[in-house]
Design a protein around this ligand. Sequence first.
Ligand code: PMM
Length: 272
Amino acid sequence: MGILNVTPDSFSDGGEHLRRDAAVAHGLRLHGEGADLVDVGGESTRPGAERAAVAVELDRVVPVVAALAAAGARVSVDTMRAEVAAAAVAAGAVLVNDVSGGLADPEMLATVAGLGVGYVAMHWRGHSDVMARLAGYDDVVAEVVAELAARRDAALAAGIAPERLVLDPGLGFAKTAAHNWALLARLEEVSALGHPVLVGASRKRFLGELLATGAGQRPPRQRDAATAALTALLASHRIWGVRTHTVAEQRDAIAVAERLLAEREPRRGTVG
Ligand code: PMM
């Protein structure tokens, strides 16, 4: 899943693709590099970010989704709003990626069920302006799994088909670096919920902290090798998807993992 943030303030690529033609060009590049989905978002979820107005989000997202879908890309929409999800699906999106797992908008789950598209429910505890305060856990993995199970149950109760539901542990959302590493180490407990798993680790701060030097955190654009290393490890555990800024590199990492899997287990299927 290639990331296309049509926002002024996302942590890694904010401001770069705010112009519509630049956004579409970047989305087509991600598609050309082999993204199975191009994930179009019009609202930053960076820690501390303020919400975009719905009209602004619609204006950023819908024309870009329409142009990419018309050009043959499979598009997902990264939104917490049912209204934006519905407009993006009308414009050609095939999956709704909701970082709030249906918690931010009471209409979201029923809307997605009615649209009949795929749905990513991410683990989330609150909006970006408050999420740092919500990062308290006794056992982060057990609590994230329990809270994701509740979102799964709500999504299924609203009528979303089980085969269309994907779960995501939400790295960095009300989570410290230590929480992220614990979740990555015990990801099979998320998989045990019975749905495909998506992970968004690309260029995130916990990688910058891992690679920090005396000069401070490694900057976002110098976290791509670490991102690819994680992608290979996740692919070798047969994860469903990774959400990434750099599609070509992640495809290479996945190819390496798949080749090793095929060598070890020739009669089993491939990743994904
Ligand atoms: N992370 C961000 C935005 N959307 N969606 C899912 N499903 N999972 C994530 O981890 C996730 C997401 C924040 O990163 P960005 O600013 O690079 O888009």
